[in-house]
Design a protein around this ligand. Structure first.
Ligand code: DLL
Length: 432
């Protein structure tokens, strides 16, 4: 039922003390080893040894994705590269990369945190877990893989894609649990129907879903169609990857691994803490990371604290499922995309204008994105070959630069609506 009961059910006062000690040691480490943090502390005349209470965190400046990009690739590492044993990257970051590193100790902790999430989601060593997240630079596959092995689960590293093969594996290997994005989970349910597979003949019991926004309605659909108990888990590569927070079987909010992270919910505009229980931006500070600790990292994800004790006995604070983003980033089939990345690609293609609109839809439970791109005013619409050539070029570039495929539609010059203020780049018709 628990992976690390002593830590997961720690008395709150004791937990706060542990957090404070770990915060002090993290602040000391970053101020010694990371010039960005050292300079910021110096500018504000802050001494890490002066942090005597967790509330003092508010005196520290925020860290943003922009800071990480500016110090690409290794500028924010707090240990020499020879101590780093793993490198991973944020999803969809080919255009704007962020690289994260882990020491041997970091990997051990990450593994435990993922084991915790999987255990909270119902798994034990009797289970057979199919991991249908991508393995590679994306943190989903490897992160959960190691956690599952540590838990003693039988792991099937099927990775992402090839839905029919996934279902064949599910039948033959007697998979009892599935982990992937919720949209892929529904796609697998659809594929099962196409293949005439009756879900009742399968051995599935649990589904652990994350890496993209989803809703309660989607949970119900997944539970019903796959005949499983479906839980939500949250992660972000800049902070760790999967394993940051996850639901227990109560399915009423995600327990944050507070012995490893200090969490704040702030007003995205003012940066001030919101009243307890109000919606705001999740800000995370590492408490145990060695290679790549982050201080007050603005995740861009909107959520709120879930009040009250959880009947499961875990004392770690729960957060509500992610309710949205503070920026225009969207998640497409689990891959993060910023409209500015699309813009960069368009700017590099002759004949395409950087006036565009991205339409997001859900087709058969799979995300579909269509980029409407204005062509230059000299474009000759009568030349069919040219039309096809430009379309294919934009499509190819988008998929190779962003790591996820888009449909492309060329439209007349100046045909997309020009607003007074901010251009509306993304129309999201998916319902979460
Ligand atoms: O998506 C890590 C992960 C892998 C989490 C597997 C869970 C399972 P990134 O690629 O850096 O990392 O994307 C992080 O995805 O800021 C959220 O906007 C979104 N996201 C992640 N989990 C959830 C979730 C991985 N459960 C970004 N609900 C985050 C809603 C989520 N959004």
């Amino acid at each position: 039922m628990f992976w690390e009961q002593d830590l997961e059910c720690m008395e709150r006062g004791e937990l706060k003390q542990l957090q404070l000690e770990r915060l002090q040691s993290t602040l000391n480490r970053v101020s010694r080893n990371v010039p960005l943090y050292r300079n910021r502390f110096d500018e504000l005349a802050l001494d890490p040894d002066d942090f005597l209470s967790l509330d003092d965190v508010r005196r520290l400046p925020f860290t943003t994705k922009e800071d990480i990009r500016e110090h690409y690739p290794y500028g924010l590492f707090a240990v020499p590269l020879r101590e780093v044993v793993r490198l991973q990257s944020s999803s969809g970051t080919t255009g704007k990369p962020t690289v994260v590193g882990y020491t041997k100790n970091d990997l051990g902790k990450w593994t435990d945190m993922c084991a915790r999430i999987l255990c909270a989601g119902g798994l034990c060593r009797d289970d057979v877990l199919q991991i249908a997240y991508a393995y590679g630079l994306f943190t989903g596959g490897f992160g959960l893989h190691y956690g599952a092995e540590r838990l003693g689960v039988s792991v099937i590293p099927s990775s992402s894609g090839n839905a029919r093969r996934q279902i064949m594996i599910m039948q033959d290997y007697r998979t009892t649990a599935l982990t992937c994005t919720p949209s892929y989970g529904l796609h697998l349910a659809d594929t099962m129907m196409d293949m005439g597979v009756n879900v009742n003949t399968l051995t599935l019991k649990f589904g652990l879903f994350g890496a993209e926004p989803w809703s309660e309605a989607m949970r119900e659909e997944l539970q019903e169609r796959l005949n499983i108990v479906a839980t939500d888990n949250y992660g972000i590569s800049e902070v760790l990857g999967p394993g940051i927070a996850g639901e227990c079987l109560e399915r009423n909010g995600l327990h944050m691994n507070e012995d490893h992270f200090f969490l704040e919910i702030v007003d995205p505009d003012s940066g001030d803490p919101v009243p307890e229980g109000d919606i705001g931006e999740l800000v995370l500070t590492s408490l145990t990371k060695e290679a790549f600790p982050v201080i007050r990292f603005r995740t861009g994800d909107l959520t709120r604290l879930v009040p009250g004790d959880c009947p499961c006995g875990r004392t770690h604070q729960r957060i509500h499922r992610v309710l949205g983003r503070t920026d225009d980033m969207f998640t497409l089939r689990g891959i993060n995309v910023f409209p500015s990345q699309v813009e960069q690609v368009l700017l590099a293609v002759e004949g395409a204008e950087p006036h565009y609109q991205i339409l997001l839809e859900r087709d058969n439970h799979l995300d579909k994105a269509t980029v409407h791109v204005e062509v230059s005013d000299q474009f000759n619409w009568d030349q069919l070959g040219k039309h096809q050539e430009l379309l294919e070029l934009v499509q190819k570039r988008l998929s190779s630069e962003l790591g996820v495929s888009f449909a492309v539609k060329l439209v007349e010059n100046k045909s997309l609506e020009r607003g007074e203020g901010k251009a509306k780049r993304v129309i999201d018709k998916r319902s979460f």
